[in-house]
Design a protein around this ligand. Structure first.
Ligand SMILES: Cc1cc2nc3c(=O)[nH]c(=O)nc-3n(C[C@H](O)[C@H](O)[C@H](O)COP(=O)(O)OP(=O)(O)OC[C@H]3O[C@@H](n4cnc5c(N)ncnc54)[C@H](O)[C@@H]3O)c2cc1C
Length: 357
């Protein structure tokens, strides 16, 4: 995923240093000079992340413009600084140890929006429900399905997120990103390789800055608004809203869906609704959501992910894949079930060696 340090690539690109730098006071000072007022240190992720989970993030940088971001990435590449890109964290589970590498967070400072006829250009930090609202005001149809998704447009593009089996990539023309070396890059929709909850940005280390879309003229602004209100009402009925969560934990597999139903229904059939580990719980309202009901740790959530996967596999033969991603202390981002499986393997090895001794 869109994690950090592919050392060889960064090394070849800069050709300057042999080892990645670690964050120190000098680096923080120099980055503050590039992004004045946009640098934070020791940010407690358990207070600011969507799931309210995670240790401290050592250094968080919030660029105010695409130009600033290019300067930052040029610096990062020259110093071979490992980094990770975040939006609003609504699809991410952070390690209990926190993040040791530089966090580049794209948010409201980069949230411009322009309409010209049926064409729209929007910056990556724009809040998705705000994006949908602007489209309704402009009388454009095609992105109503995004109106209740709590994330930034950049995060949504990276995940090719959406609802009702649609994805944000459907109406996209092209995406502007900044490469790990600080260069501006434009990718056409075809180059973005959009598939169900997938885009090329999950394996590239580029940072999305803006995107252009082509929508259709709606019958009226009211018709778009009506559809959005219907979608929001449905989401309010179905999804847990009071306790911190990261939306659907598992991706819906069409084959499993056809035979047994969506992940939430199958997890429920396994009798797991309301199951708790530590401070985490499989939501009693919708079993494909895991809520943080009492100071949950990442480990609690990963254990529940593993439990749900095991039970569903035993019942159906299908291996559910996580939509939410785990962010390791070194900034690697991987679908959370991979980390959950790793923990199970470690647990089994420890139990095995205890039995032998
Ligand atoms: C209550 C709730 C309901 C949800 N419902 C839905 C839904 O219906 N449909 C759906 O698809 N999702 C849903 N989600 C998940 C989430 O909102 C989306 O995946 C969202 O688009 C993520 O955006 P973000 O800004 O929070 O990204 P983050 O969670 O911060 O990051 C997600 C990924 O995108 C990458 N990324 C973020 N910004 C950029 C950027 N500018 N450039 C490059 N990479 C970037 C990150 O590295 C990471 O890999 C829901 C979440 C919650 C909490």
């Amino acid at each position: 995923m869109n994690g950090t340090h592919d050392r060889d690539v960064a090394g070849q690109a800069s050709g300057v240093m042999e080892h990645p730098a670690t964050i120190n006071a000098g680096i923080i000072r120099e980055l503050e000079a590039i992004v004045p007022g946009g640098v934070k240190t020791n940010v407690p992720l358990e207070q600011v992340s969507r799931w309210r989970v995670g240790g401290p993030a050592r250094l968080v940088l919030q660029p105010r413009s695409a130009w600033q971001l290019q300067q930052v990435m040029t610096y990062v590449s020259r110093h071979q600084l490992p980094y990770v890109v975040l939006g609003s964290t609504s699809n991410l589970l952070f390690a209990d140890e926190g993040i040791d590498v530089l966090v580049v967070q794209i948010g409201s400072a980069l949230s411009g929006f322009q309409v010209e006829g049926a064409r729209v250009r929007s910056e990556a930090g724009l809040w998705v429900p705000g994006f949908a609202r602007q489209l309704a005001l402009a009388g454009l149809t095609g992105a109503e399905h995004t109106c209740g998704i709590p994330g930034t447009l950049g995060g949504l593009i990276c995940m090719n997120g959406g609802s009702q089996r649609k994805g944000i990539g459907d109406h996209l023309i092209d995406v502007v990103s900044v490469t790990p070396e600080g260069e501006r890059r434009v990718r056409s929709r075809q180059e973005c390789d959009f598939r169900y909850r997938h885009s090329v940005f999950q394996s590239l280390r580029e940072i999305i800055v803006s995107a252009r879309f082509r929508f259709r003229r709606a019958e009226s602004c009211q018709s778009v608004r009506r559809e959005m209100l219907g979608i929001l009402a449905q989401r309010r009925r179905k999804f847990p809203r009071k306790l911190p969560n990261c939306g659907s934990v598992f991706v819906s597999d069409p084959a499993m869906y056809a035979e047994f139903g969506p992940p939430g229904a199958v997890i429920e059939q396994c009798g797991l609704k309301g199951s708790r580990v530590g401070g985490a719980m499989i939501s009693p309202l919708h079993a494909n959501f895991i809520v943080n009901h009492d100071h949950a740790r990442a480990l609690d959530i990963l254990t529940l992910i593993s439990l749900a996967r095991c039970r569903v596999r035993d019942r159906t033969g299908y291996d559910m894949v996580a939509e939410v991603c785990y962010v390791s202390p070194c900034g690697d981002i991987t679908p959370a079930h991979i980390k959950a499986d790793e923990l199970v393997a470690i647990g089994a090895a420890v139990t095995g060696s205890m039995k032998r001794s």
